[in-house]
Ligand binder design. Structure first.
Ligand code: HMG
Length: 389
């Protein structure tokens, strides 16, 4: 039985901060961002946007192509959850009007949780071919102002349907994985923003790739030459170039810098405009590759590397299905990116780094910034109230 990704759609916020504006504010050469880390803009979530509204916006269009009553589980991966107990997928279930015979779970391990949800969803479908699982990876990446990570903030949610006979990508059995207890990036419960040992985190990422790849080749017998396209977790797009260069060194493959850039460019295109979306970034990278590849990818093998700080990583592969182009959301993805509103630095600080009044008392009324179909309207008696428009 073939099992894999049947549909994929992503959503991001309605606002962005340009890294040109950011560089001018910080008195830094903009090429540090455009070239050095490979980022142009970061999506900024206003106070009435959270991972639930992003997830709802990502999932909503899928139901024009699949019956919402048939969804048997919602697996929502995030590291910017809104509640320690109630899963964000429960809010989502209500907002999307899904059937009551549906399981709801939130998963966490930094940026890796999206890949974990995908693996779990595959397992559910293999156990029962009638399962249709909604997997959502949704995050808002927030670092302290003036920290090394500030330029790599962003947000987004990727929603996928996992089922048998998928229309986009059949996931192959076998993968490589690797874990280690390290402190490269973390966010204690009492903090709004993540802490990161930036340079160290890139080293741990690359080390994890090396170990994961060894495990992948040993487990599956597949080699570099068997894979046509590569998608990497993208904290910033330059990370994929560092990662892929490491893989070519490890495998003894010769690839010029131009060839490497050409190979990775379709996968990097959207993330360059959105910034880091943690759990979602690998899957937004996949959507970007499917939307922007220079040729028909039918029958080609895509390798996906998920990395979550802390750390857990996994490398797995999928084969692109014939006719996949008829089931993409390319126009909508591009429209969202192009229609965000730019912010100046002061507005960015106001929207992104200022707590709404009354938050700790659990009584907040949120002004309308979010122009999308779903928004967080208020918090009353510590209960989040969402609005569907
Ligand atoms: P930094 O100190 O601000 O930057 O931090 P830098 O001085 O290292 O410069 C960055 C690059 O720009 C360098 O290139 C410079 O040479 C270059 P590299 O040596 O890396 O190839 N550069 C220029 N290039 C052209 N023109 C110029 C110019 N100036 C400089 N004028 C750092 C960089 C990545 C540490 C920072 O952005 C950071 O702390 N980011 C957050 C952490 C992060 O993203 N880590 C990635 C791996 S961990 C991960 O992916 C997991 C994560 O997503 C979380 C999760 O799992 O949940 C983060």
């Amino acid at each position: 039985m073939k099992v894999g990704i049947d549909l994929i759609h992503f959503a991001t916020a309605d606002y962005y901060l340009g890294l040109d504006t950011f560089a001018a504010e910080k008195g830094v050469d903009v090429n540090k961002y455009y070239v050095g880390i490979g980022q142009e803009r970061m999506s900024i979530a206003p106070p009435d946007e959270d991972i639930v509204t992003l997830a709802a916006k990502a999932a909503d269009p899928l139901f024009n192509h699949i019956e919402r009553d048939k969804i048997t589980a919602v697996l929502l991966a995030t590291e910017s959850g809104v509640d320690q107990s109630k899963s964000a997928s429960a809010y989502l279930h209500g907002l999307l009007g899904l059937h009551k015979n549906c399981r709801l779970i939130e998963l966490k391990h930094a940026c890796y949780a999206g890949a974990a949800a995908l693996q779990m969803a595959q397992g559910l479908v293999h156990a029962n071919p009638n399962e249709k699982v909604l997997v959502i990876a949704a995050d808002i990446a927030k670092y302290d102002v003036d920290s090394s990570g500030e330029a790599t903030q962003g947000c987004g949610a990727a929603a996928m349907i996992i089922k048998r006979d998928p229309r986009l990508l059949t996931l192959e059995p076998g993968s490589g994985f690797y874990s280690d207890d390290v402190m490269d990036f973390w966010r204690p419960n009492y903090r709004e923003t993540a802490l990161v040992d930036g340079k160290y985190s890139t080293k741990v990422y690359l080390n994890s790739l090396r170990e994961t790849w060894k495990h992948f080749t040993a487990n599956t017998g597949r080699r570099y030459e068997d894979i046509d396209w590569f998608c990497y977790h993208l904290p910033f797009t330059k990370m994929a170039e560092k990662a892929h260069r490491q893989l070519t060194r490890l495998t003894g493959v010769e690839l010029s810098d131009d060839e490497l850039k050409t190979l990775l460019a379709p996968m990097q295109a959207y993330n360059r405009q959105l910034g880091n979306s943690y759990t979602a970034s690998l899957f937004i990278g996949l959507a970007s590759l499917l939307d922007n590849a220079p040729e028909d990818l039918t029958g080609q093998r895509i390798g996906l590397f998920s990395y979550g700080s802390g750390c857990v990583s996994e490398f797995f592969t999928g084969i692109v299905e014939p006719g996949y182009r008829d089931h993409l959301f390319t126009e909508d993805h591009r429209w969202q990116i192009d229609h965000r509103q730019p912010l100046d630095y002061a507005d960015y600080l106001q929207l992104y780094h200022t707590q709404p009044e009354g938050l700790y008392e659990g009584q907040v009324v949120l002004p309308e910034y979010n122009r999308g179909r779903y928004r967080l309207k208020a918090i009353r008696d510590h209960k989040r109230l969402y609005e569907r428009r």
